[in-house]
Design a protein around this ligand. Sequence first.
Ligand SMILES: Cc1ncc(COP(=O)(O)O)c(C=O)c1O
Length: 350
Amino acid sequence: MGLKTTISPDSSFDKIINTKTSPPLHINSPMLESLALSKLFKEENAKVWMKVDALQPSGSFKIRGVGLLCNQLLKEKKSKNEEAHFICSSGGNAGKSVAYAGRKLNVKTTIVLPNTIPEATIEKIKDEGANVIVHGTIWDEANTFALELAEKEGCTDCYIHPFDHPLLWEGHSTMIDEIYQDVQNGVCEKPDVILFSVGGGGMMIGILQGLDRYGWNDIPIVTVETVGSHSFWKSFQEKQLTKLDVSEVTSVIKTLSTRSVCSEAWEISKRFNIKPILVTDRDAVDACLKFVDDERILVEPSCGATLSVLYSKKLSTLLDINSKNILTIVCGGNGTSILQLNDLLQTLPK
Ligand SMILES: Cc1ncc(COP(=O)(O)O)c(C=O)c1O
């Protein structure tokens, strides 16, 4: 493979890297082959590549978009000589990223979380210096509260949605800029299929926008959700953007549990070859435990959901005969520990 070092001039990577006054808050994450996962696809002669966003300083891919948005909001506030106060509702990881951004940019942050978020996650967000408010049982309720709070505090212009904002998507799309650059530099081959988890759909939009930027719309996409957080899967079945009933949001994986993906996620998905897959909470938790043994990386079940598709070899039936390079986004997550995963496994049905 030829060694080229340039990337497309209008890539988000360029735009962000060139913003000298506000450097990105995320890192370029490594692209690594997982020998343990590749071994499972020996028969297909395929390699499994991991984009390891679990190594981001906030613990997940979220900081890509959150960092870009927070930098921009701060710039706007400074230009008006006003003080910024970031308010964010979150299932955990967006909140951690906003709190991290607040600490790095020296901005006050308030994170609103539903009461199902583990105490350890709350503690990690507080450690970043954020105020934490616990409200509601699902993210949608925490979000309504965060919006009301932003209104009351007069800082609706600093409210940060965890997945529905164009700058979040642009920030997340840097993942694809890096992957494109890795392909150009011969680190890996162009992926034949990309797998990732879907919650509210922010990461999906970023990834698809990034693929669009490089004319990579031909790459088949596998989106993964759990039963009980299956809003994109259901929209796909019903061929229209669909909202889950509150009683349908039963997954224990709170970072994926939104009643609906955002409308842009639904719109952009129509232009790609997407296969939505559902796994169980147990599959996702099991995959996290296997993955920490295989790759020494601890991820949340929201990320484990996607890994479970590889461990179960469910993907084999979907693979094209020519699919030799499988790419999985190891999106990370803070809200877990090996003890918690083992405890969860005891409670989840077999
Ligand atoms: C670790 C992790 N993976 C995946 C997702 C899903 O991302 P999105 O809501 O952008 O679809 C989330 C959402 O919080 C997350 O925290």
